[in-house]
Design a protein around this ligand. Sequence first.
Ligand SMILES: [Zn+2]
Ligand SMILES: [Zn+2]
Length: 172
Amino acid sequence: MIIKLLDIPPEGLNLSISISSDEFEISSKYEIIEDPVKFDGNVKLMSSGCLVSGHLKGSWKLSCARCLKFFTLPVDGKFRVFFNRNFNKDTDSILELTQEQLEEKELNSNEINLTEIIREEMILRIPMKPICEGTCKGLCPSCGQDLNIASCNCEKNAVNPQFAKLKQFLQK
Ligand SMILES: [Zn+2]
Ligand SMILES: [Zn+2]
C-alpha cells in the first residue's frame, strides 16, 4: 500500500487496514506470515518528513530452532517510524518529536510504502532463535530423534557432523 505524501491531510491520515500475507513476499520456507496482518495507526506529516505510528497485529509461522517443528508466534505491538528528509544531514529535526522510542529512516521520495514498513516491523519481531516452547528438548544431534516425543540411545556428545550441518542449514 503506497501512500503519497500529497494525499495526507494536515490532521494526519488514520488507517485501519488488513494486509494479506502474500502481499509481503516473504520467500523463506521457514518463516511464514499468517493471514491477515492488521494495522491500526496514523500517518502524519512533519516539517522534515513523515511519522508512521500505530499498532500491529498478526502472527508468524516459524520453524523451531531446536526441534524444527513449526509453531505460531503472535505479533502484537506498537511501533513508530519517522521518515526523515534530512536523514543524513546534521540537523535536530528529530527533536520536534517526543522522546518516545522510535526508528528513523530516510525519506527519499514523495511517497511511503506502508506494506514494506509493516513487513519490516514483522521481521524485526522474529527472535534470533525462535523456540516453540521454552521446554523444547530439540532433536538428538546424532540420530535426529525429536527428544520431545521420545528419547534415543545415542551417547550425548557424539555429534554426527553431517547431521549437524543439515540442522544448521535448516535453521538459516
Ligand atoms: Zn521446538
Ligand atoms: Zn539420538
